[in-house]
Write a protein that binds this ligand. Structure first.
Ligand SMILES: Nc1ncnc2c1ncn2[C@@H]1O[C@H](COP(=O)(O)OP(=O)(O)OP(=O)(O)O)[C@@H](O)[C@H]1O
Ligand SMILES: [Mg+2]
Length: 252
């Protein structure tokens, strides 16, 4: 089992945004999460990845309780997320954005003082090559030296994916990877997810674009007002009358 979310709730003040949610993700699975605006999907991701501390419940990652770990330690363990609104450094180039996403070894200051300049340069060189490999894989090599602020919406989503790939993840949470992305790039992003999944990376994908979600995930969860409304294979979930009603007027 890659990930187990056990009875997780998240509150903003007195408001319960995620209400006793449980789910699990198998190694090598792609799980889809859909749901109405404000259903608590992004908050659930924040609880899993650590930006938000669950007010109750547990997050187990590869069998270990990570509920109290800060985000960077969860990321070091291989559990990473992207954000609904991409968080690139606008004034940096695409390649530089990947470089700064690389993990800092703990105790970097001491480490930096101890190793030789040439050792540091070798590490930088290795990271630079890794960043270039990822850019090649994501078809972003052509914008390697472009300022991130100049990218299209779809390219920013790809850059967001590239940044988390620098962390050698085992599990990636994608928050609306297709929002504001043209159909050609949607297809391309789907292909990248399938390729990475075939290499052993598990995914949870939040998405309103249900056709794209269905082509990615064999299992779907629909959230509504903080809770899991339905779960199962995509078509039966989308055909579920409670889901249809939550979306007020049909979805598929
Ligand atoms: N920082 C915050 N402070 C207070 N309330 C918040 C905060 N972030 C989100 N909320 C509220 O929590 C609820 C869940 O928000 P969340 O962003 O998790 O929903 P979502 O399912 O991702 O929605 P969307 O599809 O619009 O992205 C919403 O009612 C939202 O207004
Ligand atoms: Mg959201």
């Amino acid at each position: 089992m890659m990930l187990q979310v056990q009875n997780v709730s998240c509150r903003y003040g007195g408001f319960t945004a995620v209400d006793n949610v449980s789910l699990s993700l198998q190694s090598k699975e792609i799980l889809g999460i859909a749901g109405t605006n404000g259903a608590g999907k992004s908050t659930l991701f924040a609880a899993i990845a650590g930006q938000q501390t669950a007010s109750s419940g547990k997050i187990l990652f590869q069998g270990t309780d990570v509920s109290r770990l800060p985000p960077y330690l969860r990321a070091q363990n291989g559990l990473v997320r992207t954000f609904q609104v991409p968080r690139e450094f606008k004034s940096l180039t695409v390649h530089e954005n990947l470089m700064v996403a690389a993990p800092n070894a703990q105790g970097e200051q001491l480490y930096a003082a101890l190793i030789t300049t040439s050792g540091r340069m070798r590490r930088e060189q290795a990271l630079a090559e890794k960043a270039d490999q990822i850019l090649g894989f994501l078809n972003l090599a052509k914008v390697r030296d472009t300022q991130a602020s100049k990218l299209s919406g779809g390219q920013k989503k790809l850059l967001e994916l590239g940044r988390v790939l620098m962390l050698d993840p085992r599990c990636i949470l994608l928050d609306e990877p297709f929002a504001g992305v043209n159909p050609v790039l949607i297809e391309e992003i789907c292909q990248h997810v399938h390729t990475l999944n075939a290499q052993g990376i598990a995914f949870i994908v939040i998405e309103h674009h249900l056709q794209a979600l269905k082509s990615l995930a064999k299992r779907l969860i629909v959230m509504d007002r903080g809770t899991v409304l339905a779960e199962g294979d995509p078509q039966s979930v989308l055909d579920d009358p409670r889901v249809q009603q939550a979306y007020m007027g049909g979805v598929a």
